[in-house]
Design a protein around this ligand. Structure first.
Ligand code: AMP
Length: 230
């Protein structure tokens, strides 16, 4: 852990929001490693349930395949259990992909009042990243056929398993996911803006530059929170 940020470690309650392909998964991983905070990825959790064919997985699959939101009741239940446990253990956390609806944001406010980070990109960049995205079905490693190619054609560098394209990464599904984002998730973003708890990051820059911006912004926001308390 970076010791200079130990105050962030104690305070962090952060939600990452953004359109498909904005890099929130990568950012969540980086933030969690840098500041030693717990990471929850709701998309990964759902895909795990779907692979294992659990009750939640069977209910969620048709929604995830279509690129629309899984009903709030199911999502809120999964996430609340985890957040409440972390709150009880006084652990800091970062969540990737939640809240995405007004109802989810309201449910979360009842437990904690996080800072939201919007990682912003436009549709064209999203399309370029998502259409060429391939994942390893075994370890979850993410590749891009143009910018992050596997060493051997279509095989995972770590597992040697054949890479797949997520069903919801096809163009028609991507368009649906964007509609959902614009119609439902942007309302949540506006709400965090009104609460003055919104950080906006340019997600179209390189990963290295984006990470630098994220760390700078988190340092600033912690200072702001500390000043308010004085
Ligand atoms: P992601 O991996 O974050 O792109 O999420 C993939 C899919 O999981 C979404 O298109 C939704 O079907 C579902 N999903 C992820 N997060 C949520 C959420 N907060 N609420 C409802 N559905 C979600």
């Amino acid at each position: 852990m970076n010791k200079g940020f130990s105050n962030i470690n104690q305070n962090m309650r952060l939600v990452l929001i953004g359109p498909p392909g904005c890099g929130k998964g990568t950012a969540a991983k980086r933030i969690s490693q840098t500041f030693n905070v717990e990471k929850i990825s709701i998309g990964d959790l759902l895909r795990e349930h779907i692979t294992k064919k659990t009750g939640v997985g069977l209910k969620a699959k048709p929604y995830v395949d279509k690129g629309i939101l899984v009903p709030d009741k199911i999502i809120i239940k999964i996430i609340e259990t985890r957040i409440k446990r972390l709150e009880h253990q006084k652990k800091s956390w970062v969540i990737d992909g939640y809240p995405r609806s007004f109802e989810q944001a309201r449910a979360l406010e009842r437990i904690a009042q996080p800072i939201a980070m919007l990682i912003d990109i436009g549709f064209e960049i999203s399309k370029q990243r998502i259409i060429l995205r391939r994942i390893c079905p075994k370890c979850g490693a993410i590749y891009n056929l143009k910018t992050l190619k596997p060493r051997k054609d279509n095989l995972c560098d770590k597992c040697g398993v054949r890479l797949i394209q997520r069903k919801d990464d096809k163009l028609s599904r991507l368009k649906t996911r964007w509609r959902v984002y614009e119609q439902q998730t942007l309302q949540v973003v506006s709400q965090y803006d009104r609460f003055q708890r919104l950080i906006v990051i340019d997600g179209e820059q390189s990963i290295a530059d984006m990470n630098k911006d994220i760390i700078k912004a988190l340092k600033r926001s912690v200072r702001k929170v500390k000043n308010r308390k004085v």
